[in-house]
Design a protein around this ligand. Structure first.
Ligand SMILES: C[S@@+](CC[C@H](N)C(=O)[O-])C[C@H]1O[C@@H](n2cnc3c(N)ncnc32)[C@H](O)[C@@H]1O
Length: 241
């Protein structure tokens, strides 16, 4: 077997002592950048390749109190429920337990989707809730009566546009941790990081508010919901790409 002789040791010592130089610095920077990107794309944000960077929101689970606040704001309502960016599916599961049907979560991260289905199975609700691998910016919300979102403040202005364009009159949106910047909530629950805000979509369109169940529709005060995206949102998202 080859043994490292004194020549090899001298070579290594020379290499270690040699100044890095611009090329070396560039190589280290590129290597570090690649590693960071690999962790971001492969571990933290898998499934987000097609989502513009500015719209990528990492996973952070809602606290128990936050989930309780979301459910408190939905009290008295019924019908379908959607969590936009459902993470490990905890809010969808709670909505199902509170009688919302269908209860659906849209999520892009395949690991979180697996975890959601496992959690549903563990809670005895497998097959009764849906976790779908869909980009929340591309799904149509035209049939959603009860919507919850816990996303980064940076994407909320754009999400306002999508929600106003697509949701039916009578829909209620609950925002967890971060409120919508330009909307007026009809109710607020909790405080600090667990706070949640409820909004009647019709009030954000300038129409009359509607309480009660998520069933029926109030008289139309706008031209009706658009299919996924709506023209304005599609223009904005395509500019980000
Ligand atoms: C802050 S976490 C909230 C998770 C969950 N709603 C909760 O409250 O525990 C945001 C989630 O949205 C997901 N997400 C972000 N952008 C998305 C997109 N364009 N389509 C689907 N899911 C998305 C992320 O993967 C992440 O799991």
């Amino acid at each position: 077997m080859d043994q490292d002789g004194p020549e090899t040791e001298v070579g290594l010592a020379e290499f270690m002592e040699r100044p890095l130089g611009p090329w070396g610095v560039l190589q280290i920077a590129a290597g570090t950048g690649l590693s960071v990107y690999a962790v971001w794309a492969g571990v933290l944000m898998p499934g987000f390749r097609r989502v513009p960077l500015k719209l990528q929101v990492p996973y952070l689970p809602a606290s128990r109190t936050q989930v309780r606040n979301v459910m408190a704001l939905l009290k008295g309502r019924s019908g379908g429920f959607v969590d936009l960016g459902s993470g490990d599916g905890r809010i969808v599961l709670q909505a199902h337990s509170h009688g919302f049907h269908p209860a659906v979560g849209y999520e892009l991260n395949p690991w979180l989707l697996r975890l959601s289905r496992f959690n549903a199975w563990r809670a005895g609700h497998y097959g009764q809730v849906s976790y779908l691998k869909k980009d929340l910016w591309k799904v149509s919300l035209a049939d959603c009566k009860n919507v919850s979102v816990f996303l980064a403040p940076s994407v909320l202005p754009l999400l306002q546009v999508k929600l106003v364009a697509e949701l039916p009159d009578g829909a209620v949106v609950i925002a967890g941790r971060f409120p919508f910047p330009d909307w007026t909530p009809c109710k607020v629950e909790g405080e600090g990081v667990d706070q949640a805000w409820a909004y009647y979509i019709q009030a954000q369109r300038g129409g009359p508010e509607r309480g009660g169940s998520g069933g029926g529709r109030a008289p139309d005060t706008h031209s009706g919901p658009h299919p996924a995206g709506g023209p304005l949102l599609l223009r904005v998202v395509s500019k980000l790409q």
